[in-house]
Design a protein around this ligand. Structure first.
Ligand code: 2P0
Length: 348
């Protein structure tokens, strides 16, 4: 029987505090602005992926996600396969004793332990895990930075899930995307008391996909130009400084303002895009009340392309922030569940 080669990995979810929204090159997933995220703990939110290859497999590559066969013919998945195979081929050409895995069909099996496509960054963890699993299978000597360049082509936000802790994605300027890669702003242990709670308002698939939504925003929003040229560059600098200095008040304020700015450009898109719902807005109010009664910012909300809230806070404020939200679960209709997350520590 022909040999089967196999490697497994997991990749975490990341939640942006400076949002990626808009592509200057949709084919290469090159963004119109830099972004910054926090990588969450893998204990509850992660993708586990096994990549295998064998000469005995059926001729075409395959991908199973949560037990369902996925179409791998799309340009994004193909770009990841093509780039990783090319790197493997270099190793095979350099040493004829290296098995010719690049010529064998790939079988990818992925499992998410959270709702897919519900604004919980499933594509980020998914493509990060896919790229790293294949890189491990192919025994590529590639750095997280090099893998982030490949994962970005699968899904933009995926490039940030190749690192733990606090992670930036530099928009870059090269037309081939070679400098549009993720970088670590600080490891998780730099600010270990950071916590995130996720309010799963809806686990349903989102109404407008990120790719469609962001390109409609680029094409029609009058707020968008100032966001990319002025607002985000300033906030990237403020946010990196706040993280370096462990300044939660600035971290929280910039996080909330950037979420609001992103959703404002969605509303300013024509036809408008609504990701927040009444429950999302209620969560914003609760955070405002928590901060008002504390007399300072101890909680910060952020929302991606869906209604689910992510609330950042520090461990010392667990009772005032997470405790309050947990106590309200079930009392307010629509607040289905919550998860307390640490920042993911390992720097893969
Ligand atoms: C982010 N989002 O920075 C932003 C905030 C959603 C809102 O990255 O088309 O799935 O695959 O590059 O990465 C979601 O967009 O988009 C996203 P593609 P992606 O996390």
């Amino acid at each position: 029987m022909a040999e089967i080669y196999r490697a497994s990995t997991t990749a975490p979810v990341n939640i942006a505090v400076i949002k990626y929204w808009g592509k200057r090159d949709p084919k290469l997933n090159l963004p119109t602005n830099s972004s910054l995220s926090v990588t969450l703990s893998q204990s509850d939110l992660r993708t586990h992926t096994t990549a295998s290859c064998s000469p005995s497999y059926p001729a075409s590559d395959s991908l199973l996600l949560n037990g369902s066969p996925q179409d791998v013919s799309g340009a994004r998945t193909q770009a990841c396969f093509r780039e990783l195979r090319a790197l493997r081929k270099q190793l095979e050409d350099a040493d004829l004793a290296v098995p010719k895995l690049s010529a064998m069909p790939l079988k990818i099996v992925s499992e998410n332990n959270f709702p897919t496509a519900a604004g919980l960054a499933s594509s980020a963890a998914g493509f990060a895990a896919l790229v790293r699993a294949i890189a491990n299978l192919y025994e590529l000597p590639a750095s997280p930075t090099a893998l982030s360049r490949i994962a970005r082509q699968g899904s933009g936000s995926a490039c940030r899930s190749l690192f733990g802790g606090y992670v930036g994605w530099e928009q870059g300027s090269a037309v081939d995307g070679s400098d549009s890669v993720a970088f670590q702003v600080a490891p998780a242990n730099h600010w270990p008391s950071m916590r995130a709670i996720i309010l799963v308002v809806s686990a349903a698939k989102k109404g407008v996909s990120s790719t469609t939504g962001m390109q409609a925003t680029v094409a029609t929003s009058s707020l968008f130009a100032s966001r990319t040229s002025e607002i985000v560059p300033r906030r990237m600098a403020e946010m990196q400084k706040a993280i370096q200095e462990k300044d939660f008040e600035t971290f929280g304020k910039v996080t909330m303002m950037d979420s609001n700015s992103f959703h404002a450009t969605c509303l300013d898109t024509y036809p408008p895009i609504f990701y927040l719902n009444d429950v999302s807005r209620a969560a914003i109010k609760v955070v405002e009340e928590i901060n008002a009664s504390a007399g300072k910012i101890i909680a910060a909300y952020t929302f991606d392309a869906g209604p689910n809230a992510v609330i950042y806070y520090l461990e010392e404020n667990e009772v005032q922030v997470a405790g309050l939200f947990k106590a309200m679960m079930g009392e307010k209709e629509g607040w289905k569940s919550e998860r307390g997350e640490k920042v993911q520590g390992n720097e893969q």
